[in-house]
Ligand binder design. Structure first.
Ligand code: NAP
Length: 317
């Protein structure tokens, strides 16, 4: 019998991402023993009922003793306390990783806690939904998506490769990036869009001239899509903005300038400027679809439409 990829894996935080990872590890037989940890009694009870971990514990330090890999999958704001609790329990050679949506702050927080001979290899699987909790997770969440591994300078290449390979084995494509650069890239591709969604839905909710029931009744595609993003977990997103402050503020500055330019174009009736931008942005959407990174439903709609077109063409021949 071949030995599992890691003898003992601990996943701390059994919500959407943690429970999806646990399910994918179990499905792939990647751990000899998989231990789940969560602070919430209700989440632990659900995790036990769902059976995606071999054991479910409350104490991260007890769980991490003897672990080969510990993955933090709680909101980033909880990392420091969890890290302080579990780091002294890590054995020599153990890897501490995570799935957090910000990386510079994570390295800053956790690196000083690492005992000698252990490895800190943070990662960010760029995959998710707007749902939370252990019931929302599923093993296929990571398939075909990118995982960004962000080792601190001087990290052990063998430990980096081990973490990268784990994510490959759950279906992800892996790229390594400097933590600060990750934070800039994600600020524009994920964090700012969430901020805009939270803001536009909040603004609509605060309007007086247009009632809330009208907003809900006449929610057209654009607004409806924003409400899906704005339904994302409030604690997770609070921690993203608190821990990626500089990069988000930098991108927000650029965004505000560009928005002001659009405001001027509308005020002065500059249709050419509007059309030029809208044409440019349409091409970006096309590139995302071509790269296979559109949302799965959209991708399926497109695949179905292409298949139907091919069938029609064949029938006409
Ligand atoms: P989630 O569904 O809310 O799960 C987080 C889990 O961690 C919850 O069960 C929570 O319990 C538990 N928890 C909170 N504090 C804890 C502590 N001190 N000790 C142990 N468990 C604790 O959130 P998620 O969406 O999986 O996000 C988890 C991480 O993944 C975040 O760092 C986020 O940045 C990252 N991420 C998220 C996405 C996404 O799309 N959602 C994508 C990529 C990465 P309670 O519910 O009782 O607090």
């Amino acid at each position: 019998m071949t030995s599992p990829f890691f003898e003992r894996i601990v996943v701390v935080g059994l919500g959407l991402i943690g429970s999806s990872l646990a399910r994918a590890i179990k499905r792939g037989g990647l751990a000899g023993t998989l231990v789940g940890v969560d602070a919430s009694t209700a989440v632990r009870a659900r995790a036990e009922a769902l059976g995606f971990a071999d054991r479910v514990l409350a104490d991260p330090a007890a769980a991490s003793a003897g672990a080969d890999l510990v993955v933090l999958a709680t909101p980033v704001g909880a990392y420091r306390a969890i890290g302080e609790a579990l780091a002294p329990a890590l054995k020599a050679g153990a890897i501490l990783s995570d799935v957090g949506s910000v990386k510079g702050a994570v390295v800053k927080m956790l690196a000083p806690l690492m005992p000698p001979g252990t490895h800190l290899i943070p990662a960010h699987p760029v995959a998710g939904t707007e749902h939370s909790g252990p019931d929302a997770g599923f093993a296929e969440l990571f398939e075909g998506r990118w995982c960004i591994v962000t080792p601190p300078a001087g990290a052990d290449p063998a430990a980096i490769e081990k973490v990268a390979e784990l994510w490959r084995r759950v279906g992800m494509k892996v790229e390594a990036m400097d933590p600060a650069h990750h934070d800039l890239v994600l600020a524009i591709t994920s964090h700012l869009p969430h901020l805009i969604a939270y803001n536009i839905v909040g603004t609509a909710d605060d309007l007086e001239a247009v009632t809330k029931s009208e907003v809900i009744k006449f929610a057209a595609g654009g607004f409806r899509d924003f409400t899906r993003i704005a339904a994302s977990d409030p604690v997770m997103w609070r921690d993203v903005f608190l821990n990626n402050r500089e990069a988000v503020l930098e991108m927000l500055g650029r965004f505000t300038e560009d928005l002001t330019a659009l405001q001027r174009a509308i005020r002065w009736g500059d249709g050419a400027a509007l059309e030029a931008l809208f044409t440019r942005t349409r091409a970006i959407r096309r590139s995302i679809i071509d790269a296979g990174q559109a949302d799965p439903e959209e991708q399926k709609r497109r695949d179905d439409a292409a298949a139907a077109a091919a069938r029609n063409a064949a029938a006409r021949r």
